[in-house]
Write a protein that binds this ligand. Structure first.
Ligand code: TXA
Ligand code: MG
Length: 314
């Protein structure tokens, strides 16, 4: 169900949940001041309550109000805002309800780069919003994906297909100047190292996940995915019984049908197509699919690798 900005703002102020566009993926938004609406986000998605939400802001005044303190290193990454970078900071606990933070002392904040969402937040104030998929499903990059997961009647502020198609990078800044890389995303680790002048203290690959969401299975289609690390693997695994196709690139060589993410190592394009392609596998009724995992593991290639590995872990 399509809403205008005015209708979306009214609904949110009344305590409803509305799907909203961002430059990364669609979000499921509620006012951080509406407890019932926040609870509804968790129940709609089937999201574990120990997985905190990102708070979306449109001004630095809002950022200040939501945080207890802001490490000086924030200045070094400010140029990524508005944009696909989420920053975990010490929370102002009175301003950010416990349920949004999942009981942590910190709050994840991001200033999205999307004109409609900017206008909406100016009317509603800060919005808590996870991606607008059911937990475990690929994040929605188009309105029809929201309808697939939440039904045709779900209220949506439509903003067309998302620019990036994959979520923001999540980092934590600490008072001592160090930082943690909690979730790879649209801003690469290399970009962050350059901006912050040092390697992260913690990386997302670490055993104990610091970003609670990273411990859950994610981004998975219904089809069983088999990750093929080496160039000979596709040919080898094609001999397995009942393999329906390959999620790969324009240059993937196989007699099986290929759902292509575009050119190999063209990561922006690959990431933009990724979640929709995972949904396409299910729509095509595929049961078992090989994933072409032969690509560079640096820059946004790291993000592609992490998302594909998670999809395969399902
Ligand atoms: O691009 C995005 O980030 C999208 C759009 C809608 O903004 N949002 C998104 O939200 O991906 P979600 O809920 O699907 O993922 C948020 C991630 C989770 O892994 C969560 O655990 C982590 O951020 N997170 C949230 N608050 C945190 C905190 N205080 N400390 C550590 N991690 C946190
Ligand atoms: Mg998500």
């Amino acid at each position: 169900m399509k809403l205008s900005i005015e209708e979306a703002a009214q609904s949110i102020l009344k305590g409803e949940v509305v799907a909203v566009p961002t430059e990364t993926v669609y979000g499921l938004a509620a006012s951080i001041r509406r407890r019932k609406a926040i609870e509804k986000i968790f129940s709609l998605k089937g999201r574990p309550v120990d997985n905190p939400l990102i708070v979306h802001v449109s001004t630095y005044v809002q950022l200040k109000r939501l945080t207890k303190s802001i490490p000086s290193t924030f200045q070094k990454i400010k140029s990524f805002w508005p944009g696909p970078l989420t920053v975990v900071l010490p929370a102002n606990k009175r301003a950010v309800p416990k349920i949004v933070r999942a009981g942590l002392d910190t709050v994840a904040i991001r200033m999205p780069d999307h004109f409609l969402l900017y206008k909406l937040i100016m009317k509603t104030g800060p919005l808590a919003a996870p991606s607008a998929n059911l937990s475990g499903r690929p994040s929605p990059t188009k309105v029809r994906h929201i309808y697939q997961d939440l039904g045709m009647d779900f209220p949506v502020l439509k903003g067309g297909p998302c620019l990036h198609g994959v979520e923001s990078t999540v980092i934590r800044l600490l008072d001592d100047g160090s930082w943690q890389h909690l979730r790879p995303g649209m801003i690469s680790k290399e970009q962050l190292i350059q901006a912050l002048g040092c390697e992260p203290d913690q990386d997302f690959a670490q055993e104990k996940p610091r970003s609670p969401g990273s411990k859950y299975r994610h981004y998975a289609p219904k089809a069983k995915l088999i990750f093929c690390e080496k160039s000979g693997d596709i040919k080898k695994f094609s001999q397995k019984p009942r393999v329906d196709g390959v999620l790969g690139f324009d240059t993937t060589r196989t007699p099986l049908p290929v759902i292509s993410l575009g050119g190999r190592n063209h990561f922006k394009d690959n990431l933009k197509r990724l979640y929709e392609s995972l949904r396409d596998l299910d729509e095509a009724g595929y049961q078992k699919v090989l994933v072409d995992g032969v690509f560079e593991r640096q820059g946004l290639g790291r993000t592609l690798y992490e998302r594909l590995k998670k999809a395969c872990a399902g």
